[in-house]
Design a protein around this ligand. Structure first.
Ligand code: 5GP
Length: 115
């Protein structure tokens, strides 16, 4: 079964794609938590950070390089932004297709809410 993000990457599901290359695709989050909230997703299905292998080194690096380019494109590079990758239950991961959140456009606030 393809993930919901694979369906977005293939065009089967609609989305607002802001960046695409041979290794990753980025689109706006459907439920944005900041003025800029973009998900950067490997084109290849990798469920979580735990599933990355040494062969995925270029993909892992590309997530960061794409984030840098998109931040510039969105005009938020200088003011700053936050990159988040959630892993499994305790990390709060909801979609099991690895993705990096790019959040900016306002001060994002404390890194983690204290409980
Ligand atoms: P996670 O909690 O797995 O790190 O984040 C999943 C993110 O995917 C959430 O921020 C959620 O709003 C977003 N999301 C879930 N389904 C869709 C969808 O169909 N389209 C888009 N653009 N974003 C989605």
């Amino acid at each position: 079964m393809p993930t919901i993000f694979s369906k977005i990457i293939s065009g089967e599901l609609p989305s607002d794609i802001v960046y695409r290359d041979d290794l990753v695709t980025a689109f706006r989050d459907i439920n944005p938590l900041a003025p800029t909230h973009i998900l950067i997703v490997p084109n290849k299905e990798i469920a979580t950070v735990n599933d990355l292998t040494d062969d995925d080194e270029r993909i892992a690096g590309r997530l960061f390089l794409a984030a840098r380019r998109i931040a510039e494109q969105e005009g938020i590079a200088q003011d700053g932004y936050r990159l988040i990758v959630n892993c499994n239950r305790d990390g709060g991961q909801e979609v099991y297709h690895l993705h990096m959140h790019l959040l900016g456009g306002r001060p994002i606030g404390p890194m983690v809410v204290r409980h």
